[in-house]
Design a protein around this ligand. Structure first.
Ligand SMILES: [Fe+2]
Length: 367
């Protein structure tokens, strides 16, 4: 392990308010009332498309006459162009909203955060990819996760890929943080089990990477340790989707998001980003595929991960890089090595000497 490089915490921002509990989604109506001055005030609901055909889990949403409901496809992770298109459509559809409500997994929550920033601040999504580039507060936004793990509900970023530059980077800003969360474990009851597993693993991986890094601090460690303990309960004891475990995983996801707001990820996320950018694999499944090649970097976590996979009888895609061209491997190398902060956190400032082209290729081939 690296020696501790930093013991402090940057000026961390958490979500302003949250409710937690089964049935908490029924509070939504009351939260919106505080923001609608008249019946003409418009609220935009961005909802995972799963609920278009499966609306019963959400119950009756408080949708007013002036409101817009837009379903968000989870087929592709957010792109800067895609976000710009959504903003344009929403603004040609009606007036500037008084509030946004995002209901879904990481894709929907990140879309909501990005749209909120862009409607309030104008500009294009690519303008704000980076650190503290959003000039002012976004539209008031409520996040309602229906999938646990990514921590998107807690973080100050919204990850997007810029297809023209290949850059996968969010709008890292205090203004990106949700104003209100509704954490209702009932909402994850319909998640398919493999999706539940790979998303949950994202929370666990965030914390494993943070605790094995050089940039540690006592607050980040506390968030990480508690999230890991909850994830271990969920994925190594009994039925991972029991009522109790779904509640625990929702808390672990939130704490995991808080953990990476005060520390950094490590080797897994850069390799996973390579798989997403080059092969189009979704973040959480790409993390799990990457974990299968992480024995040299995180031996203990690798053993734990294999046990989680076996206990929950999960089938992960294997050998995803077999048959890739030289250009393909070069693109994977470039898309991995670009993530300097997490790689420095995990391997130190000389990470390029450890992660040579050949070594990076070996890791991808071992997936
Ligand atoms: Fe992640």
């Amino acid at each position: 392990m690296n020696k501790t490089l930093e013991t402090g915490v940057r000026n961390a921002r958490n979500v302003d308010r949250y409710v937690f509990g089964d049935g908490a989604i029924r509070e939504l109506s009351a939260f919106l009332k505080g923001h609608r001055q008249t019946v003409e005030d418009r609220v935009i609901f961005l909802v995972d498309e799963f609920f278009q055909t499966n609306p019963t889990t959400l119950g009756k949403l408080p949708i007013g006459l002036a409101d817009t409901v837009r379903y968000v496809s989870a087929a592709e992770e957010p792109t800067t162009d895609g976000i710009d298109d959504v903003v344009e459509l929403l603004l040609t559809d009606g007036p500037r909203p008084c509030a946004l409500v995002g209901i879904g997994g990481g894709i929907t929550l990140d879309t909501t955060k990005a749209v909120s920033n862009l409607i309030a601040n104008d500009g294009m999504a690519a303008d704000y990819q980076g650190w503290d580039l959003v000039p002012g507060p976004g539209i008031y936004k409520i996040g309602i996760p229906t999938l646990s793990g990514t921590g998107a509900e807690a973080t100050r970023t919204c990850v997007m890929t810029n297809k023209s530059t290949g850059l996968k980077l969010g709008m890292n800003s205090d203004y990106t943080v949700f104003d209100q969360l509704i954490l209702d474990p009932n909402l994850t009851i319909t998640v398919p089990s493999e999706q539940y597993f790979v998303s949950g693993m994202d929370a666990w991986i965030h914390c494993v990477e943070a605790l094995n890094g050089g940039y540690r601090n006592p607050i980040g460690d506390a968030f990480s340790n508690q999230a890991i303990s909850l994830c271990c309960d969920v994925f190594s004891k009994g039925e991972m989707m029991s009522d109790e475990n779904r509640a625990k995983l929702m808390v672990a996801s939130y704490l995991g998001g808080c953990a990476i707001a005060t520390s950094y990820v490590g080797v897994v996320h850069p390799f996973s980003a390579g798989l997403s950018v080059v092969l189009g694999l979704h973040h959480c499944v790409a993390n799990c595929i990457t974990m299968m090649a992480m024995a040299p970097f995180y031996p203990q976590a690798f053993d734990d991960f294999v046990k989680f996979v076996e206990h929950n009888q999960i089938d992960l895609p294997r050998r995803v890089c077999v048959g890739l061209t030289e250009e393909g491997f070069e693109a994977l190398y470039q898309a991995t090595i670009i993530h300097e902060k997490p790689l420095t956190n995990a391997l130190g400032g000389n990470f390029r000497k450890i992660l040579t082209r050949d070594r990076v290729r070996e890791v991808f081939e071992a997936m």
